[in-house]
Ligand binder design. Structure first.
Ligand SMILES: *[C@@H]1O[C@H](CO)[C@@H](O)[C@H](O)[C@H]1NC(C)=O
Ligand SMILES: *[C@@H]1O[C@H](CO)[C@@H](O)[C@H](O)[C@H]1NC(C)=O
Ligand SMILES: *[C@@H]1O[C@H](CO)[C@@H](O)[C@H](O)[C@H]1NC(C)=O
Ligand SMILES: *[C@@H]1O[C@H](CO)[C@@H](O)[C@H](O)[C@H]1NC(C)=O
Ligand SMILES: *[C@@H]1O[C@H](CO)[C@@H](O)[C@H](O)[C@H]1NC(C)=O
Ligand SMILES: *[C@@H]1O[C@H](CO)[C@@H](O)[C@H](O)[C@H]1NC(C)=O
Ligand SMILES: *[C@@H]1O[C@H](CO)[C@@H](O)[C@H](O)[C@H]1NC(C)=O
Ligand SMILES: *[C@@H]1O[C@H](CO)[C@@H](O)[C@H](O)[C@H]1NC(C)=O
Length: 539
């Protein structure tokens, strides 16, 4: 009997944990995080050899740093923050005279990056010369570090992702982590205990949210990092982030854009009519009998999100293009730029969901489980296990960043339904983090104004930082390349623009597929070399 009960509880426990990955498709993760590109480290498993022939630990070797739990209260102690490191390109050299007249030995720069809102273990490529980080190290004789962001992967100040633990999950703490690491890390390399800023030059590199952190860290802590590189950096926190869909609308095939816009206009007018029979018929065209109209409208965004993972070298066989082909190709013939029009596009889009797409994103889950967001009793919302990146990211957007991917305002063409409003997403915050926004709050109110005021957003005055943006990046409207940004940059804050997608310029192979991406990469390395050559030892 005892054995049976034990077994039963063990199975229950395992199945909760096991159930988690399949529930990652559940309601609250419906909006994609910005995230830098993930791709397999092409050099993983190969021996890593330093410039002088010494065999080094594998890229996947894990190191830990004793990071402060709370930078506002160091007496609370430390937690283990995971990081990866290599010094395969590091060279010692003779540096310039410092102010006290003593000539000291110094090597190339330390290139620190965090992959941001992900488990860092999949991002060791950012140590290598397959990425811009490693390219900079290789050119400047530097060493690379990939530091996991607090509350992601295995870097957790406390053992869970509860509201109480999230007291120390803020942009301010993440910024302070990068500074405290640079000042205190004893890097596992020759002379690694004497490389703090002042003794060695540091470069901070980041993409996407971590690109914003790069700007924020340099803005709020001058003098720590000699140079910075911020790719697709979402520096301006925006709550109603309808601009997410603008680069997609403007760069997707014209016929597909025209037809998607026509269908979405129709969907919005049917929903606005309050005609329940017509609304039900519309939902069944897609096989999506969701109880809430805004959940249905939001489900259609799922066809647009694959745009974010495109890269200049993406083949034609990507999910986004499969969707457009389904709408635009009839019997082997493509629609003209104006599309086929509403009637055909509506049926074709519905058929695409019913025949293939629903199963691709929902598997065997029923429609409310997969795409509904109103069942507050679903344990999905309140799981506090560590390693749930979607939950940790949602805390940041609910409290500080906003970034709700919504329909455009009336009068502006939109490929996203106007039924999807900031309230649709911010209501979910109160399900996920009960009590965190006041016991009666129906929606969260992220303090994006505070973030932009403290860290300067688009108007950042940081020097020795390169901002690199891509015209096809869906996050472009939050970067310094946004239409609303009046800061044009300068020679000490160059704003580089390629035809890339999200963080394309961080990946060396994307430079091979796009001349403008390659030009950004080459120019950035030149700026880094110039700024590092001006560095002087001060400690
Ligand atoms: C990148 O680094 C690897 C060693 O990690 C080296 O074999 C390769 O030649 C380098 N690639 C380039 C383009 O320098
Ligand atoms: C890198 O190291 C090599 C070998 O010591 C040296 O010739 C070169 O000038 C160094 N490059 C930089 C940018 O310091
Ligand atoms: C070069 O190799 C020696 C031992 O062979 C080692 O002590 C030294 O730290 C190495 N330097 C670098 C920069 O790898
Ligand atoms: C539909 O219902 C909403 C909410 O009850 C109401 O504000 C709106 O005027 C109605 N629209 C039409 C076309 O009846
Ligand atoms: C029309 O759609 C097809 C299929 O997605 C695409 O290959 C083609 O480039 C589009 N043509 C125009 C003019 O938009
Ligand atoms: C928003 O952030 C700013 C800057 O940190 C702060 O001064 C302000 O009190 C915050 N507002 C709220 C409502 O928390
Ligand atoms: C940025 O600067 C411009 C020009 O000075 C100003 O109009 C704008 O309000 C500033 N934006 C923010 C977010 O502070
Ligand atoms: C030393 O300083 C001079 C003048 O500031 C500069 O031209 C040179 O590149 C510096 N060298 C190194 C290795 O930093």
């Amino acid at each position: 009997m005892v054995v049976l009960t034990l077994l039963a509880s063990l199975v229950l426990l395992l199945s909760c944990v096991d159930a988690f990955p399949s529930r990652a498709k559940g309601p609250a993760s419906i909006l994609p995080r910005p995230s830098i590109p993930h791709f397999e480290n092409p050099l993983e498993g190969l021996p890593v050899v330093s410039r002088n022939g010494t065999q080094l630990p594998d890229y996947t070797h894990v190191y830990y740093f004793n990071q402060l739990i709370d930078h506002n209260n160091p007496s609370l102690g430390t937690f283990k923050q995971r990081y990866y490191h290599t010094y395969e390109f590091y060279e010692l050299g003779i540096g310039n005279l410092s102010d006290d007249g003593v000539r000291r030995i110094l090597g190339g720069p330390i290139i620190l990056s965090t992959p941001g809102e992900v488990d860092a273990s999949g991002y060791t490529t950012y140590l290598t010369n397959a990425t811009l980080n490693g390219r900079i190290a290789q050119t400047l004789n530097g060493s690379t570090v990939v530091l996991e962001h607090r509350f992601f992967g295995s870097s957790n100040p406390y053992g869970d992702l509860s509201v109480a633990s999230f007291r120390v999950h803020t942009v301010q703490q993440a910024v302070a982590d990068l500074v405290y690491f640079a000042r205190n890390a004893q890097l596992p390399m020759p002379g690694g205990d004497a490389l703090a800023p002042g003794k060695a030059p540091w470069i901070l590199v980041g993409g996407s949210y971590a690109g914003a952190l790069t700007s924020y860290t340099m803005a709020s802590n001058p003098g720590v990092f000699t140079a910075g590189y911020a790719s697709s950096a979402v520096v301006q926190a925006i709550v109603n982030f309808w601009g997410y869909f603008e680069p997609i609308r403007q760069n997707m095939p014209a016929n597909c854009s025209a037809d998607v816009e026509a269908v979405i206009t129709h969907v919005d007018s049917v929903i606005a009519s309050n005609d329940t029979t017509a609304i039900s018929a519309l939902k069944s065209t897609f096989g999506l009998p969701l109880g809430h109209n805004d959940d249905f409208a939001a489900a259609l965004l799922q066809n647009l999100f694959p745009w974010q993972s495109l890269q200049p070298d993406s083949g034609p066989n990507q999910a986004f293009y499969q969707f457009c082909d389904a709408l635009e190709v009839q019997n082997g013939v493509s629609a003209p730029a104006s599309g086929w029009g509403l009637d055909y596009a509506l049926q074709a889009w519905g058929t695409y969901w019913k025949s293939a797409f629903y199963y691709q994103i929902c598997g065997d889950d029923d429609v409310e489980t997969c795409l509904g967001t109103y069942d507050i009793t679903n344990p999905f919302w309140t799981y506090t296990y560590t390693g749930n990146a979607a939950r940790s990211w949602q805390w940041l957007i609910c409290t500080q960043l906003g970034f709700q991917q919504d329909g455009a305002p009336t009068g502006q063409p939109s490929i996203a339904s106007r039924m999807v409003t900031p309230e649709w997403g911010l209501r979910q915050c109160t399900y996920r983090f009960p009590g965190a926004f006041g016991s009666n709050a129906a929606i969260a109110s992220p303090n994006s104004t505070g973030i932009n005021a403290v860290y300067e957003g688009w108007n950042t005055t940081v020097e020795n930082i390169v901002f690199a943006s891509g015209t096809r990046d869906p996050w472009k409207e939050s970067t310094v390349a946004a239409d609303g940004c009046t800061n044009a940059g300068s020679d000490s804050q160059p704003h580089l623009l390629s035809d890339g997608f999200h963080c394309s310029d961080l990946l060396i192979r994307e430079g091979a597929a796009s001349a403008s991406v390659k030009s950004v990469q080459d120019t950035a390395v030149e700026y880094m070399a110039e700024w590092i050559s001006q560095w002087k030892q001060t400690a």
